[in-house]
Ligand binder design. Structure first.
Ligand code: SAM
Length: 210
C-alpha cells in the first residue's frame, strides 16, 4: 500500500468542493447500477438500520428511505460539501437520519448495529486503504447483515484508466476478489458500460463466519 491516508482524504475533500455542485447533474451518465442495487437489497432483507459509507449527496439514502420507510438511515462522508447536499435531499426523512462527517477506515465501534452497509462508487476512491475499509465493514455489520456494493471494476483502456485516476478512481479489478474473501456472495454481476469502455460490478454478500 502506498500513499498517505490524510493526504488522500484532503485531496478528495478538495475535489468534491467543486464537484458537489455538479454531482447530481452529471453522475447519472456513468455511475450505473445504483438504483438496481437498492432494489436488489430489498429482495434479501428488510433492514432496521442502514449505513451508507461515502453517501455523497444522499441519492441512494433517499431511495433507501422510500424503500424501507421504517429503517433508521446513517450516511457517512468525508466531504462537508457533499454532506450539505445530502442534508437537504434527505430533509423529509430527518427524524430517522444520522449524518456523520468522517473518513471511514476503522469500525465505528461498539456492538455491530447495521443490518445493511452500502458502498456505492466509494471503495474505488479510497486509495490507499480500501482493504481496511472492507475489513472494517465486516466488524460493523450484524452477524446476519449484508454488504451491498456497486463500483467500477476494470477497463482495458489504459488512457481511460489514467483519466479516472486523475479523478481519484482506481479500476484495477481488485475490489471484487477481496469482497469475496470476507463475504459470502448472494448476488454478484459484472456489467459493461459504453460498449466495454469499462466494466462495473454489483456485489451483495453476507459475512463469512470466522
Ligand atoms: C463517487 S461518490 C459516491 C456518492 C454516492 N455513494 C453515490 O452513489 O452517488 C464517492 C463519495 O465517497 C466519499 N468518500 C471517499 N472516501 C471516503 C472515506 N474514506 N470515508 C467516507 N467517505 C468517503 C466522497 O467524499 C464522495 O462523496
Amino acid at each position: 500500500m502506498t500513499g498517505s491516508v490524510p493526504a488522500a482524504k484532503r485531496a478528495l475533500e478538495r475535489y468534491y468542493r467543486f464537484h458537489a455542485r455538479i454531482y447530481d447533474a452529471t453522475r447519472w451518465s456513468f455511475l450505473f447500477g445504483r438504483t438496481d442495487l437498492v432494489e436488489r437489497v430489498a429482495t434479501w432483507r428488510s433492514p432496521a438500520n442502514i449505513l451508507e459509507i461515502g453517501c455523497g449527496t444522499g441519492r441512494n439514502l433517499a431511495r433507501l428511505a422510500r424503500r424501507f420507510p421504517r429503517a433508521h438511515l446513517t450516511g457517512l462522508d468525508l466531504s462537508a460539501d457533499m454532506l450539505a447536499r445530502a442534508r437537504r435531499c434527505l430533509e423529509p426523512h430527518g427524524d430517522r437520519l444520522t449524518l456523520l462527517r468522517q473518513a471511514y477506515a476503522q469500525p465505528l465501534g461498539g456492538e455491530p448495529r447495521f443490518d445493511v452497509i452500502v458502498l456505492s462508487y466509494c471503495l474505488s476512491m479510497i486509495n490507499p486503504g480500501w482493504e481496511q475499509v472492507i475489513a472494517s465493514v465486516r466488524q460493523d455489520l450484524r452477524p446476519n447483515g449484508l454488504i451491498a456494493v456497486v463500483d467500477f471494476h476494470d477497463s482495458a483502456w489504459p488512457a481511460f484508466r489514467r483519466w479516472m485516476a486523475v479523478n481519484h478512481v482506481r479500476m484495477e479489478g481488485r475490489l471484487l476478489p477481496e469482497l469475496q474473501i470476507r463475504f459470502q456472495p448472494l448476488d454478484r454481476a459484472i456489467s459493461r458500460a459504453y460498449g466495454g469502455l469499462w466494466r462495473y460490478f454489483r456485489f451483495i454478500g453476507a459475512p463469512v463466519l470466522s
